[in-house]
Every structure is written in C-alpha cells, then in structure tokens.
Design a protein around this ligand. Structure first.
Ligand code: BYC
Length: 483
C-alpha cells in the first residue's frame, strides 16, 4: 500500500492526504471557502464552549490500525482536513451497466448531474446536524457527554469538507457554487431549509440527540456504504474513510440510550415500582419513563426511514445502472450485480391494504437498503431490552411498522398505528400523543435537562458510561470549560 496516502500532511493550512500542495487550483478554491466555513462554524456550530479545551480525537492517518490521536483542542482550532481511504489498485466498478470496467478517476460526463446531486445531498446533511445540535452543549448531562457531542459535531464538519473537496476538485464552477450553497442553507429555515426532511427537525434535548445519533446517523452509515461502492473512485474512497468516523457517532447513540434505560430501570427498582407504564410515578423519580423513550424512538426511527426515499424509485435504479450508487455490501452479494431479472418484495398500499408485492429489484433498491437498515437498527433494541428484562421488567421497546408516521413513499398519505393497522384521521388525531412525543412529554424531558459540569458527575436521569473515551478514568476532565 502507498504509505504517503496513509499519512496526512498537517503542515499545510488544510490537512490532507491528497497532495493538495501540488494541486494549486483546488487548494486555492478550498482556501477561498475556508473563511466562510469558519464563519458558519461560529454562527451555527456549538453555542458557547468555543474557547474551551475539548479532549478530541483528530484523524492523523487513514490506516485502520491507528488513525486518530486524542488531545485537548479548542473547537475552532480543530484541524478539519481532506482524508481519503487508500486507493485500491485496479479497482473495478462493482455493479451496474459498467460492471467490471476500471473505476473512474474523473467524473464521467454523462453522469455528472446525477453524481453532483448525490454529493450535494450527502454534503447538506453534515452541517445540518451540527445546526440541529448547536444548543445541546448548554444542557449536557456530563463533561463526558459534552465531549462526545462536540466530537460528533467537529467530525460532521469534516464530512462537509470531504464533500466540498469533491465538488471543488471535480465539478468546476458549479461545484464551487454548490459548496457555497452548503454554507448558506440552514436547518429549519423557512426560506432556505436543508434538503432532507429529518435534517430540518429540532433536536431539542439529549434523548433526541441519542436517538438521532442512533437512527439518523445509521441512515448515514447505510448511504455512505452505498456510495462507498461507487464507480467514481474518489467518492468511494472518501466515504470509506468517513465510515470510520461515523462508527463513533452511532456508539454515542447506542450507549446513550442504553444508559438512559439503565438509569430508569435502576430508579424504578430502587423505588419498588413494578409497573413501568405508571408514567406519573416513574417521572416523579426524575427519570425518563420507558413509554416516553418508546415515543421518541418512534419519532426518530420514522423520520430516518423517510431518508431512504420512495420504496420504488427510478432515481435509485438509474444511479445503480450508472455505477454511481450500489447496495449495502455490494461486493459480498452473490448475484449478477446488474439486477437484470430479479425482483424484490416491497410493502405497498393495494386497495387500502398493506401488501407485499414483488417489484423489479432495480427500482426497489431504496426499499432493500431500508430493510438492511432496519435489520441493523434491531441490534440496539435487543441490547436495550436486555437491560429492561435483566432489571426484571416485562416491557419491550420495539420498532414501529414502516407504515407508521411516514412523510415519504407508499404510506405518506395514510395513517397507521405503530403495529401497522390503517386508521382514519380522527383515530390518528386521538391517538397521536400516545405514539409520538407530545408537548407535555417534551416539557417533562426539558425539565430534566439541567447541565452537569462537575468532573466525573452525571445528571440523575442517565447512568455513567462503562468505560471512558480513550480509556480515561471516570474523573477525567473531558472539557475544560472556559466561558
Ligand atoms: N426529504 O426517487 P425518490 C447522513 C425527494 S444521512 C426530502 O423517492 P431517491 C448523516 C428526492 O430528492 C445520509 N425530499 O428518492 C446523518 C427527489 O426529489 P427530486 C445522507 C426527499 O432519489 C446524521 C424526490 O423526492 N446521504 O449522512 O431514490 C448526521 C423523489 O425521490 C426525501 C444521502 O441521502 C426526503 N427524506 O432517494 C449527519 C445519500 N426523500 O430530485 C449526516 C444521497 C426523497 O425529484 N442521497 N426526496 O426533486 C440519495 O441517495 C437519495 O437522493 C435519497 C432519495 C436516498 C435521499
């Protein structure tokens, strides 16, 4: 393997392993974009704490055996850089009409618009999530959690850089314009919102943050995996490295929810509560009751399902045929990688009933990726339910049916219960607050969001983690707060 690509050049203003120093035009474009990025970070990045020293990891190499270093750094001084996974020698396009041809090192003219659209959509989600999470530092349940939030935030910033590099290097003037637009749109803005639904929602509290990093970052994982298969090699290499960082974000979500569930179960046990659905009694203990956790889960899971687009999609078919966006673990699938004659079962609304219908596999790619996603989601639920059953409670968190609470695809115009029973508007209106967080659920959670900034201390609604970041001890000062 080429060792130069493993190491990252940190002597330049923009750290990179793509030899930017000799790519004057792109370097100039990126240096031109940099001040706007820093302005955006100050305006829309974490609110407060910008002068605090945060114990962050920074990617120093793309070697999977050791790529990051931990150290105290002020967030605005974080070294955002361009990191691509090493080039695979003689890589070929692993699917679609160009199956088996050498991977492209330049953008193929005929697919330029399609590629640019996917890169822009991917890029748009990264700053969006930072904007959604910008107020959370102020209510962090511990310095450990605060540090994890900021780690996620700086890395989403880096993922924006990754997409902006592709736009500026491979798409000329319109790439530069798109790069500027990525700094102009704002999550939730009425005139200039972010592109995808879930990224315009609020992340009002830390339970939402954990749900978001569990469910929505996991959509990111699936989409990045699909793009990592791309015949456009620079995109593939960028996404492969992004996935390394992404893993930590989902860890934050999974362990965050585990710790909330753990704390709730511990508190219920200590108080001698046998019925976990006795919401008022559980809330009186100052912890989040399991039914409310289920509602938050319902919300974030379904918002994330919408991110996969329509179940049946010609966009998805075209991107696959073109060799631009593949399937999850494409190279490990045993088939023709062209989907010429195969079908895939899709849940559809047929004569007012939810039915499984075989569709051409090519147009059903979004559904397939979403199914892979759902399977991946289940793992966390097993873990959380284990905590609940170990505590002796007969209560199970569950993923709602895919027809429930949808804004995109087959079920966007109907209402269904979490079990997948179709219901009319009046029933929906009556039951909505039983299934999704209500205003009063939000107010209750908000009442618990009191910051805890003493070293080694945790808010009373969440358990401490089992291990520290970088194996640090429980009394480690993850953030040295400077106001
Ligand atoms: N909201 O054929 P359709 C991440 C639009 S997350 C609004 O159904 P397609 C991260 C669609 O654009 C991963 N609009 O779907 C996580 C199209 O509009 P146009 C981000 C939507 O195109 C946490 C029309 O509906 N990456 O990284 O097959 C923190 C018909 O489209 C939505 C990607 O998404 C929606 N939810 O699939 C930080 C990868 N869904 O063009 C980061 C790139 C659909 O006709 N994106 N529409 O006007 C894609 O692969 C696809 O564009 C999509 C949609 C999966 C998003």
């Amino acid at each position: 393997m080429n060792m130069n690509i493993m190491k990252v050049d940190y002597t330049t203003k923009i750290p990179n392993n793509v030899n930017l120093a000799e790519d004057r035009q792109v370097l100039k474009a990126l240096e031109g974009w940099h001040p706007g990025y820093i302005d955006w970070w100050h305006d829309m990045g974490p609110d407060g704490f910008q002068q605090s020293m945060v114990y962050l990891r920074t990617a120093y190499s793309v070697d999977p055996r050791g790529w990051a270093k931990f150290d105290y750094v002020k967030m605005p001084d974080y070294r955002w850089g361009i990191l691509l996974a090493p080039e695979e020698e003689n890589r070929t396009i692993p699917f679609g009409e160009h199956y088996g041809e050498p991977a492209w090192q330049e953008v193929p003219g005929e697919y330029r618009a399609m590629l640019r659209r996917l890169i822009v959509i991917q890029g748009d989600t990264e700053p969006a999530s930072v904007e959604q999470q910008r107020h959370l530092g102020k209510t962090a349940p511990s310095l450990y959690d605060m540090r994890n939030l900021f780690q996620v935030n700086v890395e989403e910033g880096r993922h924006l850089w990754a997409m902006v590099y592709l736009l500026q290097k491979y798409f000329g003037r319109d790439g530069r314009e798109e790069a500027d637009e990525l700094l102009r749109r704002r999550s939730g803005d009425a005139d200039s919102p972010r592109m995808l639904g879930a990224f315009n929602e609020k992340t009002p509290d830390w339970l939402s943050f954990f749900m978001f990093t569990y469910f929505t970052d996991r959509d990111g994982k699936m989409q990045l995996h699909s793009l990592a298969q791309s015949g456009f090699d620079p995109l593939s290499r960028t996404c492969r490295f992004m996935l390394t960082e992404e893993a930590h974000h989902m860890f934050v979500g999974e362990t965050g929810i585990t710790r909330v569930v753990q704390r709730t179960c511990d508190a219920m046990r200590a108080a001698g509560i046998d019925d976990p659905t006795d919401v008022a009694k559980v809330r009186a203990l100052g912890v989040i009751d399991l039914p409310t956790i289920q509602k938050k889960l319902n919300l974030h899971y379904t918002l994330s399902l919408d991110l996969f687009g329509s179940e049946v999609s010609t966009n998805a078919a075209n991107a696959f045929n073109a060799g631009i966006k593949g399937r999850y673990h494409e190279t490990q699938i045993q088939d023709d990688h062209q989907l010429k004659n195969s079908t895939y079962p899709v849940l559809k609304l047929v004569d007012g009933e939810i039915k499984r219908v075989d569709e051409p596999a090519l147009t059903a790619l979004n559904m397939r990726l979403r199914d892979d996603y759902t399977q991946d989601c289940v793992k966390g639920l097993l873990r959380w339910n284990k905590v609940i059953s170990t505590a002796g409670y007969d209560y199970k968190l569950a993923l709602p049916h895919t027809a429930f609470h949808r804004a995109i695809g087959e079920f966007k115009d109907v209402h269904a219960s979490p079990e997948g029973v179709l219901i009319d508007d009046a029933t929906w209106a009556k039951r909505r607050d039983d299934w999704l967080p209500s205003k009063s659920d939000g107010d209750f959670i908000a009442s618990l969001m009191n910051p805890v900034t003493e070293i080694g201390e945790f808010a009373p609604w969440i358990s401490p983690p089992k291990v520290g970041i970088d194996n640090k001890p429980g009394d480690f000062e993850y953030v040295k707060i400077e106001t």
